[in-house]
Design a protein around this ligand. Structure first.
Ligand code: GDP
Length: 321
């Protein structure tokens, strides 16, 4: 049985990745912080969880050494661009440094046990910042705009360095990927949860920042599948839908999903949610992932929004019952 070790296993994409690998018959191990909520026990096979912190480099290295995984997936780290401005040092410690620790651990493990050890980094479209070209490809210049993007850029470069030195290492440049498991710190879930509350009469307004930002939003389980595929073919891969929409369009789709067409009367712009710098447009070209990995997204934005709104309405109705 093949063994995978996942950091960030309790997060949105990490949890989908764990489920995907378990279904595929993998033995899955994950890193969790003491305070992380544990997934509910289910009849299905479950991952083995190990307590530890991404900032504890020695612990991370020891886990790779003792678990001897075939693949290490690094999804851990702070995921919020906005929060990285208030915690730039922690961002470096949990989003950048563990990449070095894990790559080094993989290289040592492979040298010791003589087997191929693969590494897959969950990188981010934030490495491109105010991108020089649209759509963004693997060759687009890396020029981040915020501490989160800079930490991810370091990780992305280091994966390339270790790949050139012979490690089976891939970096997946993930564009925004959403699902009902997204926390409300992200605009998509904030919108769908807010729309559900407005629909049920619990709230009247949704307060948002920049409505003009354009993003390429996909369905998170599709992105988890891409990470699993990338373990087989070491390279850099843009993972995106290739279709971009503005925040305003996302809002309109979410309100439309509950039958509200005059969405503007429910939305207020609040400067508190504007960012010091915000990429105007993120749009990815996932041709390489399609051609080399056979990957393609399964859902368009309308389906993603409907699934998220339906989930949030059902959640509120269940809590009211
Ligand atoms: P990110 O792309 O990883 O930062 O994902 P987010 O979902 O946090 O933000 C996506 C885009 O939505 C960015 O351009 C934000 O500036 C914009 N946005 C507009 N209003 C809001 C808001 O109220 N909250 C968040 N998180 N983002 C907002």
């Amino acid at each position: 049985m093949r063994t995978a070790f996942i950091t960030g296993i309790t997060g949105q994409t990490g949890s989908y990745l764990a489920e995907h690998l378990l279904e595929d018959g993998w033995n899955v191990h994950g890193l969790v912080r003491e305070a992380d909520p544990r997934p509910e026990a289910s009849a299905a096979p479950a991952p083995t969880l190990h307590e530890g912190d991404l900032m504890d480099s020695a612990r991370l290295g020891e886990l790779v050494e003792s678990l001897e995984p075939e693949v290490v997936f690094n999804l851990g780290g702070l995921t919020s661009v906005a929060a990285s401005w208030s915690a730039p040092i922690e961002t470096e410690m949990v989003t950048a440094r563990p990449v070095a620790v894990l790559l080094d651990a993989c290289r040592r493990l492979s040298a010791r046990n003589g087997r191929r050890v693969s590494f897959v980094q969950a990188s981010s479209a934030e490495i491109f910042g105010q991108a020089e070209e649209v759509p963004q490809r693997e060759s687009t210049p890396i020029r981040p705009l915020n501490p989160y993007g800079a930490a991810k850029a370091y990780g992305h470069h280091l994966v390339g360095v270790y790949r050139a030195a012979g490690l089976n290492a891939s970096s997946c440049i993930l564009f925004n990927h959403e699902s009902p498991r997204r926390p409300e710190t992200f605009v998509t879930r904030k919108i769908t949860a807010g729309v559900a509350r407005i629909h049920l009469g619990l709230e009247s307004k949704l307060r948002l920042g920049n409505l003009d930002a354009v993003r390429d939003w996909g369905w998170a389980p599709d992105y988890a599948r891409a990470l699993a595929l990338a373990a087989e073919r070491p390279d850099d891969y843009v993972i995106a839908t290739g279709v971009a929409h503005s925040v305003a369009e996302f809002v309109a789709l979410a309100f439309a999903a509950v039958g509200i067409t005059d969405w503007r009367s429910h939305v207020e712009q609040d400067p508190a949610f504007m960012r010091p710098s915000d990429a105007a447009i993120q749009l990815g070209d996932a041709s390489r992932a399609r051609d080399v990995l056979g990957w393609s997204p399964s859902m368009d934005l309308e389906s993603v929004v409907s699934a998220m709104v339906a989930h949030d309405v059902a959640l509120l109705e269940a809590s009211d019952a």
